[in-house]
Write a protein that binds this ligand. Structure first.
Ligand code: SF4
Length: 393
């Protein structure tokens, strides 16, 4: 629920020291008993901790586990990751989303290998100098892997602190965000900082859940929680602005050449950078079919017939974008074997896509295409049988 924020809401220095000690003790005792057994919690290897933290950004634990295990099996050290082709890293990351993380992962591994002799910097500043490592990831790696007294604030931590101390400011940015970092720093014990940080995150992920789902009756901090005492849990953290969601339509052309389909690579930077796709463009006012025609002419070196009826209209939701994919099948007018595309790309059969780095959205578009192709092949086979019957009867 949106409500007014009070910019002078809190002075972290005024939080009672005894209360902080109680909260630390309660939380660490609870964490020792209740923490989930997660693969990256069985090690202090900074590489493993960093890899897990990069994967966990914006992504659920259950989704991350198989990816983490695959990565550790294929690239067990930062040196092995640094030596890998970006293409292989993106392929293994395929489906996890937010692909800039995979590109940064690769660049950071190369920096650690080239500039730090394959050893991770042990300080927050040293870690922050690596590509893709912000304040949160640096704090997490420094505290968990190196035992440094470094705070962390992510969405889970911010929510717990906003409720625990009834913070009357939007904790997503500006004054409210700065305040949560200060409080998180003040809360840290002298020992077991990594465990303490993980305990707050664990509480946010499993007990102090977003919106109306907080499980206060199971919370070890209930007796210390100001939000619970004043009955404002469901209003916290406060939101003073709504996150704007942009609606976009992406037109996809599935260009077919004798049972093979044209796939091209997205530009390295930006959304789904470096991943493969069928030629795609963002609709900007013109009719969908007009853009499909222009797109096909841009990518195909010989003219095409475009099917008017789209083979898919699929919605894909990202945090700040709602994208509708509209796909049209295009057949080359002269399907000559060996003809190349106008721009760099390759022709592949639908059963040859496994080795490609694809976004989940494009994987769904290919899935819809496969269904359409199977349906039309089934129809063609049915018609052929009917014809045969006519001829033989
Ligand atoms: Fe969160 Fe409820 Fe625990 Fe307070 S008592 S920290 S609101 S789960």
């Amino acid at each position: 629920m949106a409500r007014e924020q009070n910019k002078s809401a809190y002075d972290p220095g005024e939080i009672d020291t005894k209360r902080i000690s109680r909260i630390r003790r309660m939380l660490l005792t609870w964490f020792d008993r209740q923490k989930r057994d997660l693969p990256w919690r069985r090690t202090r290897d900074p590489y493993a901790v960093w890899l897990s933290e990069m994967m966990l950004q914006q992504t659920q634990v259950a989704t991350v586990i198989p990816y983490y295990e695959k990565f550790m099996a294929q690239f067990p050290t930062v040196g092995r990751l640094a030596d890998a082709d970006l293409e292989d890293v993106l392929r293994l990351w395929s489906g996890l989303g937010y692909y800039a993380r995979a590109r940064n992962l690769h660049r950071a591994a190369q920096t650690v290998a080239a500039e730090h002799g394959g050893v991770f910097p042990a300080t927050v500043d040293g870690l922050r100098a690596l590509p893709g490592i912000g304040a949160y990831t640096a704090g997490a790696v420094a505290s968990i892997a190196f035992g440094k007294k470094a705070p962390v604030v992510d969405g889970n931590v911010a929510r717990v602190l906003a409720r625990l101390f009834e913070i009357n400011a939007d904790v997503r940015d500006g004054v409210g965000l700065k305040l949560t970092w200060k409080i998180a720093g003040r809360m840290l014990p002298n020992k077991r900082c990594g465990d303490f940080n993980q305990a707050v995150m664990e509480l946010g992920a499993t007990v102090c859940l977003p919106k109306g789902a907080a499980r206060c009756s199971a919370c070890p901090l209930q007796s210390e929680c100001q939000g619970f005492a004043s009955g404002t849990v469901s209003e916290l953290p406060i939101k003073t602005r709504k996150t704007a969601v942009k609606n976009e339509t992406h037109v996809v052309v599935a260009i077919e050449r004798r049972g093979q389909w044209l796939v091209v690579r997205r530009p390295k930077q930006g959304l789904w950078g470096g991943l493969w796709e069928m030629p795609t463009a963002v609709l900007n006012g013109e009719p969908t079919f007009t853009l499909a025609r222009r797109l096909a002419a841009d990518f195909s070196s010989i003219p095409v017939n475009i099917e008017r009826k789209p083979f898919c209209t699929l919605k894909h939701q990202l945090s700040h974008r709602s994208i509708t994919f509209v796909g049209h099948v295009c057949h080359l007018k002269r399907p000559v074997a060996g003809i190349g595309p106008k721009k760099p790309g390759k022709w592949l059969r639908l059963n040859e896509l496994d080795g490609l780095g694809l976004s989940t959205a494009m994987r769904n578009v290919f899935f819809a295409l496969r269904k359409t192709v199977e349906k039309s092949n089934g129809r063609a086979a049915g018609n052929a049988t009917k014809c045969k019957k006519k001829v033989t009867s």
